[in-house]
Design a protein around this ligand. Structure first.
Ligand code: FAD
Ligand code: SF4
Length: 516
């Protein structure tokens, strides 16, 4: 072989220009690696899904005539790192070129850039784009600035214009950039019968599970012998079609809704395409184009507010979050603006809590390695924000538990959007909310041990007192924000006695976090 090309587990992009033609002198390497399975404790379904998708990708490339070396943990266990492995393969193949696609994680990019030249000596090293994101890594600086707030809305509008998506000349299609006011409804009893059944796949996972156990890779979460996540490009495209037909018509409408006690409550109208996207089995523009085509061919079924709401997530949020990550690395994980140092309670790992909303979000995350955005942000994330859990612990949980969790997207969402640990790079103010918000968007409170209407009693909803405690504690920082003026006015109206009782109840909750 003349050239060795590395393919990482989240670079399963069969549309990459590398694969435009076959070349017998190029050897592709796809390897299960201990270093990638142990930097945090992962959900077992996430580990199995990655291994399965990698193996399928190796087979797909082989069928297309490429030379592929697919290595399992059994074959890579004696190498202490990816660098050692690559040095050995390059030497064994007698190759004089090693190529890799830019990793999306700072940790890996630095490792490859710094250590490969030393380890490979004379071998030529070429770094190339992963050709996945809409903004090339080198161009990020022209879109966002470091260590400051960059407005997602401005970013998103720029992207709409730049890629001519849902545009009518220079104006947004339909005259508005954003249709949120027509979306974001609660699911009512009459809507329950229409919730679509989630498409699941059922790929056998036992071989991966046995291997993970045999190599003592730490894991958690419920194991299922069959993977429900799409582990091939064909499955990813099937899921995309399914989403456009059954979920997109109500995507924006129920985007923030939460329900319990329904077999499909965990997936609702969400696409669950994040694993396919983050492993690069499908391209973001492919997803956007499919959604817009579905809208154009059935505009009475899929309205503009539904499709715009979805496009915003991919063209806006996903690209924006990645820019925020790179522009603020490597300092990003060290931010802790609100000095949060508490420990994550045990029930994050087993769901044993009396709070119905938290139980639902955690149980389903352990069962499916998935929770939708509002559960992550306004239930578990909000709880960690209000109780001052250390960002490091919260990041480790989010990075481990979700099928789609990769640091570039997990960290700005957790550190920034959810915990406000960055002091506002992502959000202009913390996404803090009392139980009222959860009650407004879900039916959880009806069946909860705690009383949503109370804030000071022994069985009062913890979110209520914790919310006021949070707002009170950070008053100097938050009171200047015009969007908080009414909130502080309401706090002051409560009177000293109720305020004291609310703060005392919150303190009790914080002192007894693990028994809530
Ligand atoms: P849908 O609701 O169907 O949305 C469609 C797509 O839009 C998603 O697949 C995703 O690619 C994109 N998207 C939507 N919101 C965001 C966002 N805020 N940031 C980036 N992309 C977005 N997303 C991840 O992909 N990986 C993570 O590790 C991750 N961690 C998160 C942690 C926290 C605390 C929070 C609040 C959010 C996190 N998100 C993460 C963002 C979002 O919750 C998930 O992308 C989404 O829930 C995935 O499910 P879905 O594919 O059904 O999304
Ligand atoms: Fe959650 Fe409070 Fe509602 Fe219980 S009462 S489900 S803890 S918001």
């Amino acid at each position: 072989y003349r050239t060795v090309r590395l393919i990482l587990g989240d670079q399963l992009n069969s549309q990459h220009s590398w694969f435009n033609s076959t070349d017998e002198t190029v050897l592709y390497v796809i390897a299960e690696l201990k270093q990638e399975t142990t930097y945090v404790k992962h959900h077992i379904q996430k580990l199995c899904a990655f291994f399965s998708a990698m193996e399928n990708f190796a087979q797909e490339l082989t069928h297309k005539g490429h030379q592929v070396l697919h290595l399992t943990l059994d074959e890579t266990e004696h190498f202490s790192s990816i660098i050692e492995l690559l040095a050995s393969i390059t030497a064994g193949a007698n190759a004089d070129v090693l190529e890799y696609q830019q990793p999306d994680e700072y940790r890996l990019l630095t490792q490859l850039r710094k250590l490969l030249p030393q380890a490979l000596g004379e071998t030529q090293i070429n770094e190339t784009s992963s050709e996945h994101f809409l903004i090339p890594l080198e161009k990020i600086r022209t879109y966002v600035k470091p260590q400051q707030h960059n407005r997602m809305e401005s970013f998103y509008r720029k992207m709409r214009k730049r890629f001519d998506i849902l545009m009518d000349g220079e104006s947004p299609e339909g005259g508005q950039w954003n249709y949120d006011s027509q979306n974001r409804e609660k699911i009512k009893t009459k809507d329950l019968a229409h919730i679509p059944q989630p498409m699941m796949f059922g790929t056998a996972a036992d071989a991966y599970f046995q291997r993970i156990k045999a190599h003592n890779i730490p894991y958690f979460g419920e194991y299922d012998a069959y993977l429900l996540w799409p582990v091939t490009r064909t499955q990813s495209l099937q899921l995309l079609d399914y989403f456009c037909e059954y979920c997109l018509p109500n995507f924006g409408r129920f985007q923030d809704a939460m329900i319990g006690d329904h077999p499909f409550q965990w997936s609702l109208y969400h696409s669950r395409l994040s694993f396919s996207l983050n492993t690069k089995q499908i391209h973001p523009m492919e997803v956007i184009t499919a959604a817009i085509q579905a809208y154009r061919s059935a505009p009475t079924v899929i309205t503009l507010p539904q499709v715009e709401g979805f496009v915003r997530q991919i063209l806006g949020w996903r690209e924006y979050i990645r820019c925020v990550y790179w522009i603020n690395m490597p300092e990003y994980p060290n931010t802790n603006e609100l000095s949060a140092h508490n420990k994550l309670p045990e029930y994050f790992w087993d769901g044993s809590t009396k709070m119905a909303c938290m139980k639902q979000a955690i149980d389903q995350s352990l069962k499916y390695a998935y929770a939708h955005h509002i559960q992550r942000l306004m239930v578990t994330g909000n709880f960690c924000l209000l109780t001052g859990i250390s960002p490091e612990e919260v990041n480790a949980w989010y990075l481990g538990i979700y099928i789609d969790a990769i640091e570039w997207v997990e960290m700005p969402n957790t550190q920034g959007m959810s915990l406000f640990a960055d002091g506002g790079y992502v959000a202009t103010k913390p996404y803090s909310a009392s139980g009222n918000y959860i009650n407004k968007m879900s039916d959880y409170c009806k069946h909860c041990f705690y009383d949503i209407k109370q804030k000071t009693s022994e069985n009062s909803c913890p979110f209520n007192s914790l919310y006021w405690n949070f707002m009170h504690k950070h008053q100097t920082r938050l009171a200047n924000n015009p969007r908080n003026i009414m909130i502080y006015r309401n706090w002051n109206k409560l009177g000293a006695e109720t305020q004291q009782a609310t703060l005392a109840r919150a303190q009790w909750c914080i002192d007894n976090l693990s028994s809530l």
